[in-house]
Write a protein that binds this ligand. Structure first.
Ligand code: PLP
Length: 408
């Protein structure tokens, strides 16, 4: 059954919103964060209104309800990602997930002589922790270039780079280009070289169903807020044998078995890495989000997003002075259209689009090495998701044409 986009839109109260200038909101900033369906907002409100309590501590009724809801959410989220709850560590998002790999695994297992392979396409979240580790532990950080004609990774260079690597860190889908990297091949290449592989799936998870156990990556970092869930939560999926090589990073309450003035013994498994009061409302909200997403075939979702994005990109290519960075028309592209106009500054263009009600992102998108490779300081980016429509795309093109006629 084809997706009923109008019914989907009805689940998102914010899409009714008019901006202060009376313009109808058209939300094309989904790669920054997605909107939240009402069931997610309701699940979080219900927790706060009816059973707000700390989890895993007291024995009263509310505490029991909060603990049950929290653990149910872990099971739902792990099942959504095709794995068991024991391989899921809650984090604040993809950034914290990647830092957790750097601090709890790499710091303990890598040092002088080890090579970490990154790509020029990485988000800063998957660059800076490794640069810090290089300073601290003497590991070598190597960058795989992109091909600036096809906007894809140079796979020949990657094959050479991983040969003596200990860890390969690759973005699943680029937040700037919408390009999906061939992660299955990269996992195979990395493992053949004896390296561990970390996938940054912050942008991939909202666009395709990730099955962690089938995929076979060692680490997968995900943010909830880009896939209909709340901000403040995400997870790091870790293979259980690799989790055994990790040491506690942030410590305090909950991660311990016992503490005395002599020292501390720690919990095992994921519990060793989730310290302090859990993200209870956020986990409950994310659980509701994956239940909501579970009703869809993500291949159909991808096809819908790709149709809207590729039609928009094709129209934009006809507008004089517009240059697109990426190939959103490719079938595996994930709904991000990065662009610049030759004479209107990107900030100005974003403001002019906002005046028409169109929310797009502008800036370096936390991907400055990629901007350097593209030879630009920033781009505008329209990014689409499940609830965006062709009507919105048509209105966007009409407004963009109007703005460009007026100001260039
Ligand atoms: N990786 C990619 C590819 C991203 O697009 C983002 C956020 O935009 C992140 C990592 C960081 O995610 P978060 O800010 O949710 O931790």
């Amino acid at each position: 059954m084809p997706l009923d986009i109008e019914a989907i839109r009805a689940d998102f109260p914010i899409l009714e919103r008019r901006l202060p200038n009376g313009k109808q909101l058209v939300y094309f900033d989904n790669a920054a964060t997605s909107q939240k369906p009402k069931c997610v907002i309701d699940a979080m409100s219900r927790y706060y209104e009816e059973y707000n309590s700390n989890a895993h501590r007291s024995i009263h009724t509310l505490a029991g309800e909060a603990t049950t809801a929290l653990e149910y959410a872990r099971e739902r989220i792990a099942a959504y990602f095709g794995t068991s709850p024991g391989q899921l560590i809650y984090t604040s998002g993809a950034t914290e997930g990647i830092n957790l790999v750097a601090y709890a695994w790499a710091r303990e297992n890598l040092g002088d002589g080890d090579v970490i392979v990154l790509t020029e396409m990485e988000h800063h979240a998957d660059i800076v922790p490794w640069q810090q580790l290089a300073i601290e532990r003497g590991v070598e950080v190597r960058y795989v270039p992109i091909n600036t004609e096809s906007f894809t990774l140079d796979m020949d260079a990657l094959e050479v780079a991983v040969v003596d690597a200990s860890l390969v860190c690759v973005v699943h889908v680029s937040n700037v280009l919408g390009v999906r990297n061939p992660i299955e091949d990269i996992i195979d290449m990395s493992h053949a070289a004896g390296a561990k592989i970390l996938l940054d799936c912050a942008q991939g998870a909202p666009h395709e169903r990730i099955n962690f156990d089938q995929l076979g990556a060692d680490f997968v970092a995900i943010s909830a807020h880009k896939m209909a869930g709340p901000t403040g939560i995400g997870c790091l999926l870790v293979k259980s044998d690799v989790m055994e090589q990790m040491v506690p990073f942030m410590t305090g309450g909950l991660v311990i078995k016992s503490v005395s003035t002599e020292g501390t013994t720690f919990q095992e498994g994921y519990a060793m890495f989730e310290t302090g009061t859990p993200r209870i409302a956020e986990a409950i909200g994310w659980g509701a989000a994956v239940e909501w997403l579970d009703q869809f075939d993500m291949r159909e979702v991808h096809e819908h997003i790709n149709n809207v994005a590729s039609w928009t990109a094709a129209q934009m290519r006809e507008i004089p002075g517009i240059k697109i960075y990426g190939e959103p028309e490719r079938e595996d592209s994930s709904g991000a259209v990065s662009f610049l106009h030759e004479s209107i500054q990107s900030q100005d263009l974003a403001l002019l689009l906002d005046e028409g009600g169109f929310a797009v992102r502008t800036g370096h998108h936390c991907a400055q090495p990629l901007m350097d490779a593209l030879g630009v300081p920033s781009t505008n980016r329209a990014s689409f998701w499940i609830y965006n429509t062709m009507d919105e795309a048509e209105a966007f093109i009409a407004h963009l044409q109007h703005v460009i006629r007026r100001f260039s």
